[in-house]
Write a protein that binds this ligand. Structure first.
Ligand SMILES: Cc1cc2nc3c(=O)[nH]c(=O)nc-3n(C[C@H](O)[C@H](O)[C@H](O)COP(=O)(O)OP(=O)(O)OC[C@H]3O[C@@H](n4cnc5c(N)ncnc54)[C@H](O)[C@@H]3O)c2cc1C
Length: 403
């Protein structure tokens, strides 16, 4: 276990990041009518990332040759949780979504030239990136096969057309990784390809923001339009028509790192609640000593411990090069719901302050709610976990043989 980096991240978050988070009331993204990103939001990212670099802690998950600390998935679990203890920790360490998942994808699926062009500046924090998969109905959402965005073959490359929405960080992105259909029809299982599109490419427009509950992800979430946007052949990531398979390189680890970061924030929520109930007296006792308050406190400790165990179980499988699909689905479903329960209990224990701007808890409550929807909704994961369980049963595998 990477005790040393974890402790350094913990100290850095406490001493440097949390004061900035409190000063800004936990708001990174600011709605903006002008072009691009609100200047204060841009300045805040630079301030945090400079601090992370100065502390020697930026991009710790990447291999050493890419400027990181070469952490295993299990080591990342501890470091990302420590970073997530503040809403601003991940951006300070350059391990926030979607950049962290995109870096992982580029590391594992890109050609050496593509890595040099895109991973190098992303790892250094010189650019940020977006991942464009979701489309307005009837296009792809929970079901990837509903993909409607198209890429037509033209001399020297491809022309992309279609719409994407909820795309995090698309404003001012240096790179947008886009999934578009290169063959087949919406509903078909294959036929998708991933493209590396410069954020300022002709024919790519950020049409508008999609305003959501959260404000913790850089650039917010946008609706993008591709209007015959040209992408040369060297902008194809992986193989043509293999985009769904290549996307899996990103999706399983990315949903796990989301769990790690949000678990850190859930721990912070519990600490804020404990600070309140141990200081506040009522009914002849500290609130912390009243039975129903103790139940909230204990249930949160159970959720924290179970979440940590599931994350580390899936991380161990990833480190062993084994299929972590089911384990990461189980972890994602449980952790997304557990952090929601935890933050909600913390809000309750903090009373009026919990729903006010006196504490950061109401901000956290808004941040964690969407996690039950993105990276696969709870229902989609349960559906897939159940199908795998039934298939395993039909193949004769029983739970007494479980690892
Ligand atoms: C804050 C935020 C950030 C996001 N960032 C990005 C991004 O950067 N890039 C990107 O491409 N997308 C992004 N998304 C989009 C996200 O991936 C989708 O919202 C998600 O995949 C669900 O798709 P949908 O919204 O179209 O919901 P739908 O597909 O319409 O599903 C609606 C609901 O139907 C239910 N459902 C779905 N499948 C099943 C099933 N098999 N069984 C039972 N019930 C089911 C679930 O309750 C689900 O929530 C983001 C979303 C949010 C909220």
């Amino acid at each position: 276990m990477a005790t040393e980096p974890t402790e350094r991240v913990r100290d850095f978050v406490r001493e440097t990041v949390i004061p900035v988070e409190e000063r800004e009331h936990g708001e990174l993204h600011r709605p903006y009518d002008g072009p691009g990103i609100h200047p204060r939001e841009r300045a805040l990212r630079a301030e945090l990332q400079d601090a992370g670099r100065d502390a020697g802690l930026a991009t710790p998950q990447l291999p050493v040759e890419w400027g990181g600390l070469g952490l295993t998935a299990l080591e990342q679990a501890a470091v990302f949780e420590a970073a997530g203890y503040s809403l601003f920790g991940p951006i300070a360490l350059n391990i926030a979504a979607p950049d962290e998942g995109n870096m992982h994808l580029l590391l594992h699926a890109a050609s050496p030239e593509q890595r040099e062009r895109w991973l190098r500046p992303l790892a250094a924090g010189r650019i940020h990136s977006a991942f464009g998969m979701t489309e307005p109905p009837p296009g792809t959402g929970s079901d990837p096969r509903a993909l409607t965005a198209r890429a037509e073959r033209v001399p020297g490359g491809w022309r992309l057309s279609g719409e994407k929405w909820f795309i995090t960080g698309a404003r001012e992105a240096g790179l947008v990784i886009v999934l578009a259909r290169t063959s087949g029809e919406p509903g078909d299982a294959g036929g998708a390809t991933m493209f590396l599109v410069p954020g300022d490419a002709d024919g790519l427009t950020v049409e508008r923001d999609v305003h959501t509950l959260d404000a913790g992800l850089y650039g917010g979430h946008s609706l993008l339009r591709f209007d015959g946007c040209f992408v040369p052949d060297d902008g194809v990531l992986g193989d043509v028509d293999e985009g769904f398979r290549a996307a899996q390189v990103r999706l399983a680890p990315a949903r796990l790192t989301h769990c790690m970061r949000w678990l850190g924030l859930a721990g912070r929520a519990q600490d804020l609640a404990l600070a309140h109930v141990t200081a506040r007296r009522g009914f002849g006792a500290r609130l912390a000593d009243l039975g129903l308050a103790q139940q909230h406190i204990a249930d949160t400790e159970i959720d924290l411990a179970a979440s940590r165990a599931l994350i580390r179980d899936a991380a161990r499988l990833l480190d062993a090069g084994q299929d972590a699909g089911t384990a990461s689905s189980i972890a994602k479903t449980f952790v997304a719901e557990a952090v929601g329960r935890i933050v909600d209990r913390s809000v309750q224990l903090a009373g009026g302050q919990g729903v006010s701007e006196e504490l950061l808890l109401s901000r956290y409550w808004r941040e964690v709610r969407p996690f039950r929807i993105y990276d696969g909704s709870s229902e989609t994961h349960r559906w897939s976990i159940a199908r795998r369980a039934v298939r395993a049963h039909e193949e004769g595998r029983r739970h007494d043989l479980a690892r």
